[in-house]
Design a protein around this ligand. Structure first.
Ligand SMILES: [Zn+2]
Length: 65
């Protein structure tokens, strides 16, 4: 199921670092770890109004492949 194009926000659960990631086509350039503290405890969420769709699980699943 294709997702609508929208920016994603990644938030570090350890230090609170966050970054907005533009989604380009089917590719999401999300970091695998925090750029500040190096933690892998990152939370991905929609930066826009579509948060209720909760695409984070889908994105994280893709990153692991
Ligand atoms: Zn961090």
């Amino acid at each position: 199921m294709p997702l609508p194009v929208m920016p994603m926000k990644v938030t570090c659960q350890s230090c609170g670092w966050s970054k907005i990631i533009p989604k380009q086509g089917d590719v999401l350039f999300a970091p695998s770890h925090c750029e500040r503290c190096g933690s892998e405890q990152l939370k991905l969420e929609a930066a826009g109004v579509l948060e209720r769709l909760n695409p984070a699980a889908f994105i994280l699943d893709r990153l692991r492949k």
